[in-house]
Design a protein. Structure first.
Length: 431
């Protein structure tokens, strides 16, 4: 209930409590319950925080009903024509589009920091060859703290930009080295002449006697994949980064923790599940119709991966763009992928099925991203790593926003206890 003075009224045991209602620039208003426990002795129950705004943020706006996504106010569709991931990273982190000088400075910082310390590089030799790249990524991002201890505590903008550049630059090198180790191929050092995405592709796919040649379409497509993953307000991995950062943990530790959250199949790991699902259909392991049936069966944990979203009740705008980019890249590469046809068929079946219509389940970013990454040449086990490279500026931006907020407090939710009441300890011979 809300009265004209923007207060919500709560009546508990006949007693009346007024709660302020706060509003952002756009999006739903929020009832401020920060003093509720103090004043009324009750807490709120919102498992998985599905209806709780955990912070004020100026970074990203989503309207899930209408399928709108904006970075610092700019609709993501406006980044499609000349996709430049480095520019978007700076925009997200520092709050406005960089001017030419700022973009050049940041690009130079990225180039200056693309190498890994030899000690860090040596660690790759100790890891099992078939180690999951997301485990390597998280561990190595955390280990950056050992080699860049000057950034364990960051108090000024210059240090912050330098730390952000180290993370955003080195994440590519870490990702590419983990892939090369997996393939038993020599590490390829970054090439300072190459732009961000071209350099990553070079480290992934060049061989010592043959440089990988990137086409503009593929470079643009990868820029776009990273841009479309760059931030998504308070999702699971970003919330993880913020929670860790709320304890004043450093930016490397916070981003490493976020990678672990992203790894899960309900989050960034879904892009792997999507392609495995499509491959299974292609190999004849199930039909598209059976796949839809399984996804609807409540006794089966299987889901239609790449479908549904906590916030979007409409077509995910990122999926819409990626679907179009898939068509363009496949045409340019003069390639066909049967998985793309299967994905289109699954989408058509799902979008005309009452189960998905009633629940308003649409393709999310993961539905087409794997197919596109596959076309560029990435193996399945690198898909979620690519998501992480894209999301890193978002985690850094959110970490910074919280870090410089004078009102930051350590995140410490409450619970409704459902265990035993006070119980007597029994010595072992009486149990
Ligand atoms: N397949 C089948 N059923 C689904 C799916 C799906 N992909 N997604 C949601 N549902 C069902 C739920 O079981 C629920 O059914 P019910 O009302 O009968 O119990 C109903 O739709 C509503 O679900 P939500 O409350 O919207 O789902 P929730 O917010 O808990 O989860 C999630 C969102 C995890 C993304 C879910 O849709 C899902 O598991 N999707 C598949 C995995 C996936 O693609 N993850 C990537 C998400 S995007 C990202 O992280 C980048």
């Amino acid at each position: 209930m809300s009265d004209k003075s923007d207060k919500a009224v709560l009546i508990i045991d006949g007693k009346r409590y007024e709660l302020p209602i706060i509003a952002g620039t756009e999006g739903p208003r929020a009832i401020d319950i920060t003093r509720l426990y103090e004043t009324a002795g009750v807490t709120t129950f919102d498992p998985s925080l599905a209806n709780t705004a955990v912070c004020r943020s100026e970074i990203t706006f989503i309207d899930g009903e209408q399928g709108i996504l904006r970075y610092r106010g700019i609709p993501i569709e406006q980044f499609v024509d000349k996709p430049n991931f480095v520019e978007v990273a700076w925009l997200l982190i520092f709050g406005r589009l960089p001017n030419r000088e700022e973009l050049t400075r940041f690009s130079e910082l990225l180039t200056a920091n693309e190498l890994l310390h030899e000690g860090l590089k040596a660690q790759f030799q100790q890891i099992p060859v078939d180690a999951p790249p997301m485990a390597i990524l998280s561990a190595t991002l955390n280990n950056l703290a050992c080699y860049h201890q000057q950034f364990l505590s960051i108090e000024d903008e210059e240090s912050f930009e330098a730390a952000a550049a180290r993370l955003i630059s080195k994440v590519r090198t870490i990702a590419a080295f983990s892939y090369r180790r997996f393939c038993g191929l020599p590490f390829i050092y970054p090439d300072p002449k190459l732009r961000y995405c071209a350099n990553f592709l070079h480290m992934m796919f060049s061989i010592p006697y043959q440089q990988y040649v990137v086409t503009p379409e593929v470079e643009d497509a990868l820029n776009l994949v990273f841009i479309l993953h760059a931030d998504h307000e308070q999702n699971c991995s970003t919330t993880t980064a913020r929670i860790v950062g709320s304890a004043r943990a450093n930016v490397f530790a916070s981003c490493a923790a976020a990678v672990c959250a992203l790894w899960g199949p309900l989050h960034g790991g879904a892009n792997v599940e999507v392609v495995e699902m499509l491959e299974r259909i292609h190999a004849g392991g199930m039909t598209a119709e059976e796949c839809i049936r399984m996804a609807k069966d409540k006794t089966n944990p299987f889901r239609l991966y790449g479908f549904g979203h906590r916030i979007y009740r409409n077509y995910d705008p990122r999926a819409k763009i990626l679907k179009e980019v898939c068509d363009r890249v496949f045409a340019k590469l003069q390639r066909k992928d049967p998985l793309l046809d299967i994905a289109r068929k699954l989408e058509e079946l799902a979008l005309s099925d009452p189960y998905f219509i009633e629940r308003r389940l649409y393709p999310n970013v993961d539905f087409y991203s794997g197919i596109l990454l596959r076309a560029i040449g990435f193996p399945t086990n690198m898909f979620t790593v690519c998501f992480a490279i894209g999301r890193l500026p978002g985690w850094i931006a959110q970490w910074r926003e919280q870090h410089i907020d004078p009102n930051n407090r350590i995140v410490r939710p409450r619970q409704v206890y459902t265990g035993l009441p006070e119980t007597k300890y029994l010595p072992i011979d009486q149990r």
